[in-house]
Write a protein that binds this ligand. Sequence first.
Ligand code: 9MR
Length: 367
Amino acid sequence: MTPTRRGLIGGLCAAGLGAAGLGACGRAGEGQAQAEPAPSPTPPLKSFARFPVGCAVSLQHLNDPSDAALVARHFSQVTAEWEMKMEYILRDDGGFRFDAPDAIAAFARARGLRLFGHNLIWYAQTSPAFARIDGEAAAFAAAYRNYILAVAGRYRGQAVGWDVVNEPVLDDGSGLRDCLWSRNLGGADYIRRALDHAHEADPGAVLLINDYNLESLPRKRATFMRLVEGLLKAGAPIGGIGTQTHLATDLAGGAVTTATRDLASLGLPIHVSELDISLNRDRSAFASLAEKRARQYRLAHETAAAFAALPNAQRFAFTLWGLRDTESWLRSPKENPSPPWDAPLAFDDAGRAKPMLAALAAGFSGR
Ligand code: 9MR
């Protein structure tokens, strides 16, 4: 049964986090000598959606029983935030390390969650094992295929899909990034090859190309879409588009809706793959914290509603890039070395539901 909006808001109010504009939080029996009713738990976010709702997880967090329980309660899919990347799996000597990725896959199996693979090839991650054969065409191509077959093959039949290539487009949208992979295997050819190898490893997995700032930078989005169109025309086994959706609260209203419709015009399934909404990256002058929080609420609602409005076959999944604010990459010492601490996710530091969770639930259910 789908919980009502009232139900979710009741849960948020119980946590002292009522969503502005969605009804006032009042306590039954306030001022009377009555026992306070036990707080009702926030209804699961996934129960508001007719598509998979994902969360990025790391083994460290899954080892915390309260995080693990919260993930399993609210989400139906998990992405490994770090431990399925080359940086983790491929050792300097060329050997593989599958302990943590296997543990995440086992968690997903045990809790009945879909597993999404992130990622196989990323310009930002290479390895001494590849650097050693830089420029040796045949050896490089063989090692590339071998890596993809080993990783995607290991989770064959379990991973529902993969970000096969992550972030291939330059930030200014002027073309594709130059990287170790493109230099050795060719501009768009390294992408085509990665898709072919992933398809060979797991023919049942949905294969995606994933990138960021597609809603805030129309030129980057256009280049990304041309890349995808070219791959489709060439018959590459591309099965979907990942739009990371790392937003900041100064993003203009309507931009996410426009981007979602535009990306969907290619006809492929869409994955909102890494949603978070940063308060600290808001560059508008004079916006108070309260205003930024209100903008976060509105943007979360818009993003969820735009995704929910897509045709059923185009809703691959909707994923949040982490569980609690405190665990976000936007809180890392590099991104956020000193206060104010960013709060880009749907659960606060203590794991309590924030208004952003209510915004997502309302957007999912068309309210
Ligand atoms: O959130 C991730 C962080 O924990 C890792 O240290 C980092 C490097 O592996 O990657 C972060 O996730 C990135 C994702 O893989 C690709 N899109 C941007 C994400 C935030 O940087």
